[in-house]
Design a protein around this ligand. Sequence first.
Ligand code: C5P
Length: 230
Amino acid sequence: MNDPKIIVALDFPDSKQALEFARKTSPDQCRLKIGKELFTSCGPTLVEELVNSGYDIFLDLKFHDIPNTVQKAASAAARLGVWMLNVHALGGSAMMQAAREGVEIVAQRPFLIAVTVLTSLSSQDLKDIGIDRSVPDLVDRLARNALANGLDGVVCSAEEAPALRSSIGDSALLVTPGIRPEWASTDDQQRIVTPQQALADGASYLVIGRPITRHQDPAAALALIIESIA
Ligand code: C5P
């Protein structure tokens, strides 16, 4: 079965640009990620439209709430037919178990993954909120707890992938943003890894946005990246 490794981040303000992009590519080539901006402005209608066009959708809403609320939200996402969704591992074990139960209401449940520590947070930020651990240490702890509570994997930076692979095993999904081909601008990403390197380091799927979506020829940019990892 075709299993596209690239998840294109549809970081657009409205559905017009998102649908235009979806028409230029195909579900054989990539999956699509819908995040908070696009979902807040376009809602579930756009998700359904893209699912009906055959695309696998990663709904990146990072749920973090009481278990009952997260369970209901996860069920709602599963009913939309998304391929993958995520929650914050900091929501705790009961919340992650509830999310897992929530996605199981459909026959073919979506993958459920966890965000560990946001890459925007430093060890000092963790101290400020009362957590006296280094970022890598907390990432590892949260990832192992996510897997122990039935999640399928984690979102992580590609730089964290080798350590996480040895810690949580080969079957866990590692979904990595912060990916840049050599020819692309780094934009605001601080620590970047090429698509080839990320896969070699153990990533399962690569989240890539602007190098493709802001390229003058998005389909050609996507094709170049696919070729580079073939
Ligand atoms: O355009 P770019 O490739 O930088 O987009 C990366 C995508 O991955 C964005 O949607 C961004 O919000 C998301 N992301 C990230 N870093 C994280 C988690 C998610 O860049 N740690």
